[in-house]
Design a binder for this molecule. Structure first.
Ligand code: ZN
Length: 246
């Protein structure tokens, strides 16, 4: 099965459209949360995503727009953009976001926005955090989002006696990885607000039969998204960061 794995669309319609064009026909779409927040098109993004009948889980920005999270935990720009997003949501969009689960198990994969241990909030940035999280899901592999940074954490044998260490791989664009016998936590990077210094939308193409993943990047008309954000008076720092992929 050809499966598009994406995360952190963040109301960026141009980025989402570019990803869908670039990936071509797929059998399934898996979305790892944060469909809304930050960007200018929350309803259109939810609508387009829903038309693909995805497996989709909730992220912290989705929950914040629903009032399920305290916005005090957000930085001022994220808070302002989230409040603006909240005001735009139609009853239909709200109902969809309300019903998103925190975790989905789709063997041999688990899907969680932040981490399997704390699905909504935890960031997996360090090997130590990834290592601790391998004990928190039972499938061989787990997809997470939330950091907007493409990465693979692998649990590899070390020191004999069944010991393991966690290693981190930064996947190259269009590089294909085989998901072997080693367990792995994979982050496809962010669609609508990449933060690894590359402003192009990031996603993963998974072949769930061959168990291979390909990390991909695609350009989108950033200026168009930025112009909409300016028009709606969204925080300037959020507008500018799209251009730098930060
Ligand atoms: Zn996010």
């Amino acid at each position: 099965m050809r499966c598009l794995v994406l995360s952190d669309i963040h109301s960026n319609l141009e980025a989402l459209e570019a990803v869908l064009r670039d990936v071509g026909p797929v059998d399934q779409v898996w979305c790892l949360g944060d469909v809304v927040g930050y960007g200018p098109d929350p309803n259109a993004c939810v609508q387009l995503l829903r038309s693909l009948s995805p497996l989709c889980i909730a992220g912290n920005h989705d929950w914040a727009t629903l009032g399920k999270l305290d916005l005090q935990d957000f930085n001022p720009d994220a808070r302002e953009a989230n409040l603006w997003n909240r005001k735009q949501l139609t009853p239909d969009t709200l109902a969809y976001l309300e019903n998103l689960p925190e975790v989905i198990e789709e063997p041999p994969f688990t899907l969680a926005h932040g981490s399997p241990r704390h699905p909504i909030w935890e960031y997996i940035i360090y090997n130590s955090t990834a290592r601790a999280n391998f004990d928190q899901f039972s499938t061989p592999y787990c997809f997470v989002g939330h950091t907007h940074t493409p990465v693979i954490f692998r649990l590899v044998p070390a020191g004999g006696e069944g010991g393991t260490i966690c290693e981190q791989i930064t996947p190259g664009v269009r590089e294909r990885f085989e998901l072997g016998t080693e367990r792995a936590i994979l982050n496809p990077g962010g669609v609508g607000q990449p933060r690894d210094g590359d402003p192009r939308a990031s996603y993963v193409l998974l072949d769930s039969d061959a168990l291979t993943v390909e990390y991909r990047r695609v350009e989108y008309p950033i200026e168009k998204t930025q112009a909409k954000m300016m028009e709606h008076d969204l925080p300037i720092r959020l507008v500018l960061r799209l251009k730098y992929g930060w």
